[in-house]
Design a protein around this ligand. Structure first.
Ligand code: ADP
Ligand code: MG
Length: 214
């Protein structure tokens, strides 16, 4: 489904090159829950950005269903992300002047998905907070709004970057279960430094200094 071949991502930090991903080859298979484990700074977020087409590799390639994401125009890559992928960022991004419910629906301004959005908010345990503004929610509650948003529209692949980092253990497991039960026929890729969040994973890869460990 998603295939990385010798994909590297190098950031240019004012002339200093940072090798965030080093020749990573990995496949995400249809329907699987793939866990990515690694310490802080090991390149987990960067790897997720490559898999999801948010960034293109400096060298190597990334493909989705046989289509090379590197060479697609930005607009077409964005359309794939919108229609096929859901993303939970490490730091919850919510629009400050929209309610929790409106933040979930944000990617589909024209489709009426309020019922589905409300159901998802219930499933992540904050259905009764749908009317609240982001500043009226705790960090963990904001993260759960982001999880509901990523699941709206049943995307083919859900990417989650440390989705449980700002939650206590119980709430973290609840979010993991919601992600897991909603992936349906699609795939779920979760990055974390906490192995206990990956108990339901079909496969776990470990990353260190930008490279996959065998
Ligand atoms: P992790 O998610 O595992 O903490 P990241 O993928 O965020 O790791 O970062 C990997 C490496 O790339 C780190 O050394 C980090 O400082 C660096 N890095 C991340 N983003 C940038 C950027 N935009 N510019 C320069 N360096 C970056
Ligand atoms: Mg990260």
């Amino acid at each position: 489904m998603i295939s990385l071949e010798q994909a590297s991502l190098v950031y240019d930090d004012r002339g200093k090159l940072i090798h965030a991903c080093r020749e990573v080859s990995v496949t995400v298979n249809e329907g699987e829950f793939l866990g990515i484990l690694g310490p802080s700074g090991s390149g987990k977020s960067s790897l997720l950005y490559l898999m999801s087409g948010l960034k293109v590799p400096t060298t190597g390639s990334v493909s989705f269903n046989g289509q090379n994401l590197n060479t697609l125009p930005d607009q077409e890559r964005a359309t794939i992300r919108l229609n096929q992928f859901g993303f939970v960022f490490q730091y919850p991004f919510l629009v400050g002047y929209l309610t929790a419910l409106e933040n979930v629906c944000i990617a589909y301004p024209e489709g009426n998905r309020q019922d589905e959005a409300l159901r998802l908010l219930h499933e992540v345990g904050i259905g009764d907070l749908a009317h609240r503004m982001p500043h009226e929610l705790s960090g963990g509650q904001r993260q759960r709004v982001c999880v509901a948003r990523a699941l709206l529209g049943s995307p083919k692949v859900v990417f989650a970057d440390e989705p449980t980092a700002s939650l206590d253990h119980t709430a973290g497991l609840q979010v993991m279960e919601t992600l897991n039960t909603h992936r349906g026929s699609g795939a779920l890729v979760v990055v974390t430094h906490d192995p206990s969040m990956l108990e339901a994973a079909d496969r776990i890869i470990k990353i260190e200094d930008g490279a996959i460990q065998n």
